[in-house]
Design a protein around this ligand. Structure first.
Ligand SMILES: NC(=O)c1ccc[n+]([C@@H]2O[C@H](COP(=O)([O-])OP(=O)(O)OC[C@H]3O[C@@H](n4cnc5c(N)ncnc54)[C@H](O)[C@@H]3O)[C@@H](O)[C@H]2O)c1
Ligand SMILES: O=c1ccn([C@@H]2O[C@H](COP(=O)(O)OP(=O)(O)O[C@H]3O[C@H](CO)[C@@H](O)[C@H](O)[C@H]3O)[C@@H](O)[C@H]2O)c(=O)[nH]1
Length: 317
């Protein structure tokens, strides 16, 4: 297939692009490099550096694309609380520009990066796709609005759309890993201490209602996530919008992550215990049963693999 990947210079988009190329697809990446890096785009893909709003129309009209994989977004929860207007404009505004350009170019298949943040503070775990969506941050709200827009475009314009709601993505693949600045994600921050880039890692909150008092998350390897995108691409059915959760169905606390990083790196990794971070739910664990039952997806890598792969990449740098 000829594919347009938005956000393909970012962490997840670059790894998925590598998998798409390996599967024999042809890829054009549209990315403004606001949080991504041109040198992360795998060889074999063509990069166009521009925003969705300014370039989606021209790019889609310039060739006959079969489908779009849409990763481009601003995705730092805390920043979204401080700058909600920016998040609505960048995420929803630019996505609508993309969807209208797709409609005009008659490209109606799309796989979209949604998020566990659409659920907010869950009433129960594991979270299923039919559970209530009550986002607690502007970031989650913008992603939920894009999911809702896709359902409308499926109904009205015959889009075949899949929203993949990722839980916590980690790990590295083929030399591609997390390079956010500033980095907010836990595993990357803990490994930065082992690499000597920071003196200690802050643990945000030790009084949550969990077994060890720290937050529990469902970590998924970025390469397992990439496989799900290949399956989702084959499952885009005209006139339908489907939502799938993507996690491993098992939770790890912040302490579990620190211990896994100590095991893998052999570094003592000093920590400091600090106040909770605003807006962090205590437990987020996915039920990924739907995508396993309907598309046959199964994760193959665990927390140790995620930490080991991310660490191997840091050591190569
Ligand atoms: N990493 C996670 O744990 C996680 C979890 C849930 C959902 N997601 C979603 O997955 C997607 C990818 O996340 P990531 O961690 O790779 O983020 P990232 O910041 O590394 O990648 C996003 C990419 O989109 C580009 N971009 C942003 N706004 C753009 C615009 N308006 N026009 C063109 N390009 C633009 C950036 O330059 C960047 O390369 C995002 O949509 C994010 O919301 C990520
Ligand atoms: O330096 C740090 C960084 C994080 N944490 C904690 O570690 C956990 C995980 O945090 P982080 O890695 O920042 O991920 P989340 O805030 O859970 O958010 C990620 O996972 C969500 C889905 O679960 C997605 O919606 C988001 O896009 C994605 O950034 C949370 O309890 C944080 O409070 C720390 O204690 N110290």
């Amino acid at each position: 297939m000829k594919l347009l990947v938005t956000g393909g210079a970012g962490y997840v988009g670059s790894v998925v692009t590598a998998h798409l190329l390996e599967a024999g697809h042809s890829v054009v990446v549209l990315d403004d490099c606001s949080t991504g890096h041109a040198d992360a785009v795998p060889h074999g893909a063509r990069l166009i550096v521009d925003t969705l709003r300014d370039a989606a129309e021209t790019v889609l009209a310039s060739d006959s694309f079969d489908a779009v994989l849409h990763f481009a977004a601003k995705s730092v929860t805390g920043e979204s609380v401080r700058r909600p207007g920016f998040y609505w404009e960048q995420n929803l505004g630019h996505s609508l520009a993309l969807f209208d350009a797709m409609r005009r170019a008659d490209v109606r298949r799309i796989v979209f990066s949604s998020t566990a943040a659409t659920y907010g503070d869950p009433e129960r775990t594991p979270i299923t796709e039919t559970d209530p969506t009550r986002p607690v941050s502007p970031y989650g709200a913008t992603k939920l609005a894009i999911d809702t827009a896709l359902a409308s475009y499926a109904d009205l314009h015959g889009f075949g759309a899949v929203s993949l709601r990722y839980f916590n993505v980690a790990g590295a693949y083929a030399g591609l890993g997390e390079r956010h600045d500033p980095e907010t994600h836990l595993i990357a921050n803990v490994l930065a201490v082992a690499a000597g880039h920071a003196p200690e890692v802050k643990i945000f909150g030790t009084d949550y209602p969990t077994a060890d008092g720290t937050c529990v998350r469902d970590y998924i390897h970025v390469a397992d996530l990439a496989q799900a995108h290949l399956l989702a691409l084959g499952a885009c059915a005209a006139g339908r919008h489907e939502v799938f959760n993507l996690g491993r169905g098992s939770g790890h606390s912040v302490w579990d992550v620190v211990k896994a990083c100590r095991d893998v790196t052999g570094h003592s990794i000093p920590v400091s215990l600090t106040e909770p971070r605003a807006g962090d739910p205590s437990v987020l664990v996915a039920s990924s049963r739907k995508i396993t039952d309907e598309l046959g997806w199964k994760p193959t890598r665990d927390l140790h693999d995620m930490v080991a792969d991310a660490w191997a990449l840091i050591q190569r740098a």
